[in-house]
Ligand binder design. Structure first.
Ligand SMILES: C[S@@+](CC[C@H](N)C(=O)[O-])C[C@H]1O[C@@H](n2cnc3c(N)ncnc32)[C@H](O)[C@@H]1O
Length: 225
């Protein structure tokens, strides 16, 4: 007669350390994908490390945490901002990511359940959303590498964001603190001001590499250039 074994119970210490190991290996997978894509496509990725969780929370604060918001994330990369956004989107809301890099899209589809991944260029945001049956959105969170884009591309993407944003909606984007005084960054700030009636700059988030601020933009100007 064989005696059945009692089910193995893992001690709280063991399950705690298993959770830490799982988190460490998923972070490692995220960093591996990010760095591989950044080396292969430096002119598209535009950063060497994903954003930190602290910066992600600051960026995601624009996402409404009530009703059924439609939220768009631009340039999600490996999803460094996606978790913080997903935590705020209530049940029934939609979280859509527009990412141009196929390798990043594959990573997101494998690792971010609930995220609707659209492989495409943010320059075509309005059309991409219309193809998914969406006319207006409540929040846009951008991880796009603005400094890699020519002026006309910056203007075009910002106009697309302004066009899809619902009244009362908000848009956040990252500005690296060390570069704020550079002419390209000042020009970008002026472009934001030409498209949005309100642009608020956050305090510096030091726990990010490199330290960064967040621009929070609201009320797109209809004729904004
Ligand atoms: C610097 S990474 C940011 C990743 C992540 N959001 C973060 O904060 O760590 C920029 C991402 O934007 C994507 N990207 C660049 N140009 C794009 C475009 N025109 N449309 C959509 N995504 C774009 C890149 O492929 C890359 O994944």
């Amino acid at each position: 007669m064989t005696r059945s074994q009692p089910p193995q119970q893992s001690s709280p210490e063991r399950s705690g350390s298993e959770a830490v190991t799982r988190r460490a290996s998923s972070l490692l997978a995220e960093y591996r994908t990010f760095v591989t894509r950044a080396v292969r496509e430096p002119s598209t990725i535009g950063a060497v490390l994903p954003s930190s969780p602290v910066l992600a929370r600051e960026m995601a604060a624009v996402v409404p945490s009530a009703d059924r918001p439609v939220v768009v994330e631009l340039g999600p990369g490996t999803g460094a901002l996606s978790g913080a956004i997903a935590q705020r989107v209530p049940e029934g809301g939609r979280h859509i990511a527009v990412e141009v890099d196929p390798g990043m899209c594959e990573h997101l589809r494998n690792t971010c359940p609930g995220l609707e991944v659209i492989e495409g260029d943010a320059k075509r945001l309005g059309q991409l959303l219309a193809d998914s049956g969406i006319r207006s959105v409540d929040a846009v969170v951008s991880g796009l590498p603005w400094s890699l884009f020519a002026g006309e591309s910056q203007r075009r993407i910002l106009r697309e964001v302004g066009n899809v944003l619902a009244p009362g909606g908000g848009f956040t984007t990252i500005a690296y603190a060390h570069a704020l005084g550079l002419s390209g960054a000042r020009l970008f700030r002026r472009r934001l001001g030409a498209i949005f009636d309100e642009v608020i700059t956050s305090r510096t988030v030091w726990r990010n590499v490199p330290p960064a601020r967040v621009y929070v933009c609201r009320r797109p100007v209809p004729s904004g250039q």
